[in-house]
Design a protein. Sequence first.
Length: 368
Amino acid sequence: MISFADLTTMRVGGPISDYHHFTTTSSLVAGAQEIWRSGTDWMAIGGGSNLVVSDEPSEVAVIHIATRGVTVKKARGHTVTIHAEAGEDWDGFVAHTLAQGVRGLETLSGIPGSVGASIVQNVGAYGAEISETVVSIDFLEYPSGERITIPATELGLGLRTSALKTGVLRGIVLGVTFALEPSDEGLSIPILYDQLASALGVEVGQRAPLAKVRSAVLALRSSKGMVLSPEDPDSVSSGSFFLNPIVSEKVALKLPATAPRWLVGPEPQDVVISLGAGESVDLPSLGGDDAMMKLSAAWLIEHSGITKGFSLPGSQAAISSKHALAITNRGGARCEDIAELARYVVTTVANATGIFLEPEPTLVGVEL
């Protein structure tokens, strides 16, 4: 019997007694409609890269989306409109777009999972998010079974979330349409992330060759255990397990001056800050009384005393040896092992900083 451990990159999860595998959109639509008419509880799964499921036997119908197909819908002027079926492998799709000489997704190389799941999560990396290029989705609405098109503006896309993830929109993503740019000169979109710009040897805001950008992104992700590889035990994970928290500026300024932070919202006035050697530097306000700031969850975890590679006694779940933000299955871990370590991280960080970390993956039958 197939299990969620077989279908997820974390390799945990119980057996599935009611499993449905669909490789064409027509069969997916018909199959989902039949399941919905029966009144059976259900859930959909794509690449399983952002999913942590209980060890208990599944009591729902599992709809596994493995549809394939990429088509250029329109190429005109400075826009190439490309449609991908939901089951397409995300990184394979990114590579395909670059081979076609179009840019827009290159910094999202190496992210595991499927195209359909990528929009549910609003995946992002190295200064870019999928929301910047999505035009619309082809959607099977629950419970009506009606096939509709939903524009990106109605998807509630936010930081690693969407109306699809929160349940405001219920149904199945059948396909995603993107608007990308032709790159006749073979150059990328502007590089907006410091670490990637440094790896490429360019200034922030400059462009670089598409192939070089993809290679640099894959190398950076691999160095953090964030590219699926049978040779890398750190890649047996759900990627980043915790979201970078967004807190008030008042809370952020209570942290040491060395804590990474980014203003969320309107651009502030330029401020010159002289950082001393100590950790008690008073930082001026950057955005007004109601300013919000994003913090580095990885920094908070390590600053709270949890090191890379840490595991609880006797557990096969561990913090990645390459990146403090990932929880990994070191071989034979159960879902409860993952959850126990996640709870320990949340509690330890909260006790040390007063900040509560939220999980990034979708949790099914699991509570932290």
